[in-house]
Design a protein around this ligand. Structure first.
Ligand SMILES: NC(=O)C1=CN([C@@H]2O[C@H](COP(=O)(O)OP(=O)(O)OC[C@H]3O[C@@H](n4cnc5c(N)ncnc54)[C@H](O)[C@@H]3O)[C@@H](O)[C@H]2O)C=CC1
Ligand SMILES: Nc1nc(O)c(N)c(N[C@@H]2O[C@H](COP(=O)(O)O)[C@@H](O)[C@H]2O)n1
Length: 248
């Protein structure tokens, strides 16, 4: 495996203030995704849309290489069938983060997925899947399949609103030695976490020169969100915004 594209030589220094540092009791959380000029991350719900140039996609793989885990939601795993591995190589070494899927009702099937194929070729790590602790019997077979394949099922209790608290997710992952977590999406997760300045340590957004239109999947939090320590990097096609969420 080789780099998917040469990493622009000034990017590591540009990104360095935003990269993982030790944060006690919870992982360092980097929220990162690619969006269009009209703040969409896919052209239609349930589909995968390439927004990043190869150069900025390489930046995403560089970021993956400096995190212990990479988390996505069920909407993303179902739409994208992603690889979730790392293709950025440094001094001949690849540091692949743990793929973590937040899929409370376990709708995704690991069997036959791209991730399973990559794991079979030693190009990705076995996944961890976070599900509700009260999930019903019809997912027993899927659970067994993942566990027999060496993956891990993490059961966490949900809140009164039916969701799992992010604090519980992060605390559990930290206990499992995930000290830095890159969260790539999708939209529901990004919109929730943009309002969590208490949990998100860095925000890194690739912006591509495209409008995906009104059927696109929006990134737009419920409330006003302000950023601080903002820096912009300009590439061949895209720009990258690196920032911190301003504390309320
Ligand atoms: N351009 C980009 O960088 C990216 C684009 N995408 C796109 O985003 C779209 C998917 O986004 P969404 O449909 O919004 O799905 P999503 O990936 O945000 O997953 C949402 C689901 O995750 C689970 N979930 C989220 N928060 C939870 C919580 N606190 N407790 C329990 N379960 C929770 C629920 O099952 C929820 O329905 C796809 O089209 C994908 O291609 C996804 C990631 C990055
Ligand atoms: N950085 C970035 N740019 C885009 O244009 C994208 N569509 C995404 N999507 C995210 O990357 C995941 C796919 O990763 P693999 O290359 O298959 O490992 C996808 O699931 C989204 O999280 N990202």
């Amino acid at each position: 495996m080789s780099h998917i594209f040469p990493l622009p030589s000034d990017l590591p220094e540009f990104l360095s203030p935003y990269l993982p540092k030790s944060v006690e009791a919870k992982p360092f959380v980097t929220l990162t995704y690619a969006q269009s000029l009209d703040s969409k991350i896919a052209a239609k719900p349930g589909t995968r849309t390439a927004i990043s140039h190869l150069e900025t996609k390489t930046m995403t793989h560089y970021l993956r290489s400096v995190h212990d885990g990479i988390l996505i939601g069920s909407g993303t795993v179902l739409a994208d069938d992603p690889g979730l591995n790392c293709r950025f190589k440094e001094n001949g070494n690849i540091n692949t983060p743990r793929p973590i899927i937040l899929d409370p009702s376990f709708k995704w099937d690991y069997k036959g997925s791209k991730l399973e194929l990559l794991v079979s070729r030693n190009e990705s790590l076995k996944p961890w899947i976070i599900i509700n602790d009260d999930s019903n019997d019809n997912i027993k077979e899927k659970i067994q399949y993942v566990e027999n394949s060496g993956g891990r099922i993490i059961k966490i209790a949900r809140n009164s609103d039916g969701k799992i608290k992010w604090e519980d997710i992060l605390k559990t992952l930290h206990r499992l030695r995930i000290k830095s977590l890159m969260i790539e999406g999708g939209a529901k997760i990004i919109n929730d976490l943009l309002e969590r300045d208490d949990l998100v340590n860095s925000l890194i957004v690739t912006i591509g020169p495209t409008f995906l239109g009104q059927q696109g999947v929006d990134v737009s939090p419920l409330e006003l969100v302000k950023l601080e320590n903002t820096q912009w990097w300009t590439g061949t096609q895209d720009v990258i915004l690196a920032a911190n969420l301003q504390h309320n």
